[in-house]
Design a protein around this ligand. Structure first.
Ligand SMILES: [Zn+2]
Length: 472
């Protein structure tokens, strides 16, 4: 029996079990750094299958690394399991909150974590069956939604000895993620002034809110002089309590993003100069609270090509008629323009010759070849940090209807049903087979490493986190 068949058999046999695990995490959504139930559920399954678990990686209680096997190669499979606030939703095609205002799996990370679990277990089964040397790692990465987990795990050196890393994300197409994403810093600037009566004694006051507002004026002028594709956005999280009290405290929270890590560092320095100038103008002081930062994604094309081969060999995702019917009813909650825009986006990111028929109207059953001229995704992910430490590849598998907006109740709904479980199962198969190929084909692994060295210019990963930054 071929090793890929062992993987197929294992995942056929464990389909119901993995669906049950994904549903259990979906039923108990936990937001960033509170994922006690989800992390424990996944780690227990790994421990029961001979993996050794290390908890508390990177100073986070819900972060763990599970290892099985010994020696090289060391292939890491990344899992996430955090939910999002305010996206509580039943597994129904119409809007129905389960807990008013409660959290929900509106990014499908219940599927994300469990597909990675299925992949790690199936890869272990295949290696054990064939006596293949090497180490399988499952990375239990909490708090992706706050871009915290992997960044702090990376600073702790958790990925340093990896030969390669593989991961995925739920989406509405089956493809390899070939584009980059933006590097980012997230930080708050706290201004400190002097309170005074707003009308009676304003001359005694020094407004911290003035500091925050003047800083943002400076940043708005700066915006014209930063590289294309960079982004700066802010919110004032504390602007004082009442108009008749000169605000003694104010806080403004920024995300600074750019195509390359070095560009973020440069823009960040200039944004901090705006804070300095604003403090001088307003007679206030300030301090900076650095929350998190991440790199730009470096997709490894060598591993991506192996993934694509495995996806094509599997032939895509076989959604049942029931799954299709549920997805069609769910998609009816979206307007036609949103769906059309999504279709055009998938086509834009796909190889020349891909047709709308190939993508499908509701659920994508086929494998979409990515364009050889990939775009920059204008979001950020801390998978990017791993991609600067080891060759890393990422796939997307269809888990919700075409057009479902990111972080939406529609994704929560689909992620609690067989629609999501079917895509999750496909991702688990592709990741396990890709992992096995990397374990057994030294030439492919070497090529992935050479590509990685060329892309990073041999520069070591330097954590974007300043000394003293703590996960929060
Ligand atoms: Zn996500």
């Amino acid at each position: 029996m071929g090793a890929d068949e062992t993987i197929t058999d294992y995942l056929d046999e464990h389909y119901e079990h993995l669906a049950t695990q994904a549903r259990a995490i979906w039923e108990r959504p936990e937001t960033a750094l509170r994922e006690t139930f989800a992390s424990r559920l996944i780690a227990d399954d790994l421990a029961a299958n001979g993996f050794e678990i290390e908890w508390g990686v990177g100073g986070m209680e819900t972060a763990f690394v599970a290892s099985w096997g010994s020696g090289e190669p060391i292939v890491g499979i990344l899992g996430e399991y955090d939910a999002l606030p305010s996206l509580s939703q039943d597994a129904t095609p119409e809007r129905r909150e389960l807990v008013p205002g409660g959290p929900g799996h509106g990014c499908g990370h219940n599927l994300y974590g469990v597909a990675a679990l299925g992949a790690a277990l199936a890869l272990r089964a295949a290696m054990q069956g064939a006596g293949t040397p090497g180490t399988v790692r499952y990375y239990g990465c909490p708090a992706e939604e706050t871009l915290t987990g992997k960044t702090y795990m990376a600073r702790a050196g958790a990925f340093d000895d990896l030969s390669a890393a593989i991961t995925w994300h739920p989406g509405y197409a089956n493809t390899v993620w070939s584009g980059s994403s933006l590097a980012m810093n997230s930080f708050k600037v706290h201004f400190h002034g002097v309170a005074a009566h707003g009308a009676g004694a304003p001359h005694h006051g020094r407004s911290a809110l003035d500091g925050a507002l003047l800083m943002d004026v400076g940043v708005n002028y700066l915006r014209e002089h930063i590289e294309q594709d960079s982004r700066i956005h802010s919110v004032i999280t504390d602007g004082g309590r009442a108009p008749n009290v000169v605000p003694p405290e104010a806080t403004i929270w920024y995300f600074v993003r750019a195509p390359k890590r070095k560009q973020v560092d440069a823009i960040y320095a200039r944004v901090l100069d705006c804070a300095k100038g604003a403090a001088l103008m307003s007679g206030t002081t300030y301090d900076v609270e650095f929350l998190t930062g991440c790199y730009d994604l470096l997709p490894n094309e060598t591993i991506g090509a192996i993934m694509l081969d495995k996806m094509e060999a599997l032939g895509g995702v076989a959604f049942s008629d029931d799954e299709m019917a549920f997805a069609t009813a769910l998609q009816a909650s979206l307007d036609a323009d949103t769906i059309e825009l999504a279709r055009r986006e998938v086509l834009h990111e796909a190889a020349t010759g891909t047709t709308a028929d190939h993508i499908g109207d509701v659920l994508c059953r086929n494998v979409i070849r990515p364009s050889d001229q990939p775009r920059i995704l204008h979001g950020s992910t801390e998978v990017a940090d791993v991609s600067h430490i080891a060759p890393t590849a990422n796939l997307l598998a269809c888990c919700h209807p075409l057009g479902s907006p990111g972080h939406s109740w529609q994704i929560t709904a689909a992620s609690g049903t067989a629609v999501g479980f079917r895509g999750m199962d496909f991702a688990a198969r592709v990741m396990a087979m890709t992992g096995l190929e990397l374990m057994t084909d030294a030439r492919a692994l070497r090529a992935a490493r050479d590509e990685f060295e060329a892309a990073t210019g041999g520069l070591p990963y330097v954590s974007p986190l300043p000394e003293g930054a703590r996960p929060q």
